[in-house]
Design a protein around this ligand. Structure first.
Ligand SMILES: [Mg+2]
Length: 359
């Protein structure tokens, strides 16, 4: 039976944050995303979200909105039953605008899975893995890091991802405070490209002198600095994870083949579902560790990312925590508890998150 698209709507998706989400290259003061809603001829709907992180990817809300409107217009009357062929045929429209690609794929897959009455994870695997997300400690004061860490450690979080790279000396102190307030937790560092390889090694040495050894370094050096990344992978003794440097299957092939990293952060907003799944399978085949990450995403996209990771399985690191920064209904996922654990085993059809388009 054909699943014909009848109607497509693109609208803003906005929400306030509890605290600015501050990293080495910039910050989000609010959630300002784009929502795609599509409706099939039989009334079934699907939702997709584009999380625009201009300070990281250079993408803009204006371009994401216009791309989604154009692609949406071209989607009317199309049959999504063969979703794979359909999505591949639309891929080129989103060159350089992968947040829009992610929203487009998300809405089509949500509607397809609702039509089939299966949860989204079922497209990627036989049973959903349980996932526990880390919580991010953003760049900020020592007092902020302390209060935030204590709060989330008390809630039950046992993995803390500390954003570093603006002021190394203060960063060392912040990591120390996190380690002190979360004694049984593991620590991930995310530098968002801010270090050189030697600077990162010096930073690790400073932490080691305080008895702190992170489990993973995310994007320690500039995304084009493959030599620096390879050096760290070889000598640091810590997992080195590509984030900004790997947004495509081609980049993943290069990074893994040359030994530049031994872990990869997969994000829907970087590569969508189809290519994201391909990157994950490639990384697994090469023995690299997997992280599932996100941009500043509401419960819709965060839960969609959890479906992908849970379906594929094998993700050792889950960084799907942005709903803990968001105020209001956009933060609610029915499958994520207050300790940061996702359980999709009882998920309803599609992504299973209720969305109310804002005017
Ligand atoms: Mg990152």
């Amino acid at each position: 039976m054909p699943l014909l698209v009848k109607k497509v709507q693109v609208s803003p998706l906005h929400a306030p944050l509890y605290a600015p989400f501050r990293i080495a290259t910039g910050q989000h003061d609010a959630l300002e995303n784009v929502l795609l809603r599509l409706e099939l001829a039989d009334g079934i709907v699907g939702f997709g979200e584009a999380a625009v992180a201009t300070h990281i990817t250079g993408e803009t809300i204006a371009r994401t909105t216009s791309n989604l409107k154009e692609a949406g217009a071209a989607l009317i009357g199309e049959d999504i039953a063969d979703y794979r062929a359909l999505l591949y045929s639309f891929q080129e429209r989103f060159d350089g605008n992968h947040a829009a690609l992610a929203a487009f794929e998300m809405a089509v897959l949500d509607a397809f899975c609702r039509s089939m009455k299966i949860p989204l994870w079922r497209l990627f695997g036989a049973r959903p893995a349980k996932l526990s997300t880390d919580i991010t400690v953003v760049i900020g004061s020592l007092a902020e890091a302390q209060a935030w860490t204590k709060d989330f450690y008390t809630r039950g979080f046992r993995s803390f991802k500390v954003k570093v790279g603006r002021e190394p000396e203060l960063d060392v102190e912040r990591v120390r405070i996190v380690a002190k307030c979360a004694p049984k937790a593991s620590i991930i560092l995310d530098a968002n490209q801010a270090f050189t390889a030697s600077g990162m090694l010096k930073f690790l040495k400073a932490l080691k002198s305080h008895g702190i050894c992170p489990v993973l370094l995310e994007q320690p050096v500039a995304k084009a600095d493959w030599d620096g990344s390879r050096e760290l992978t070889r000598v640091s003794g810590v997992l080195v994870c590509a984030d900004e440097s790997v947004g495509s299957l081609a980049a993943a092939v290069l990074a893994l083949k040359t030994g530049a990293v031994n872990a990869v952060n997969i994000k829907l907003m970087k590569s969508g579902f189809l290519e994201g799944a391909a990157i994950a399978r490639l990384a697994q085949a090469r023995g690299a560790k997997l992280m599932m990450g996100a941009m500043m995403e509401s419960a819709l996209a965060i839960t969609a990312g959890a479906h992908l990771a849970a379906g594929l399985g094998g993700f050792e690191f889950i960084d799907l925590d942005t709903t803990f920064f968001i105020k209001g209904p956009c933060a609610r996922s029915p499958y994520l508890n207050a300790k940061g654990q996702f359980d999709l085993s009882q998920a309803s059809a599609g992504i299973g998150v209720k969305v109310t388009p804002q005017s």
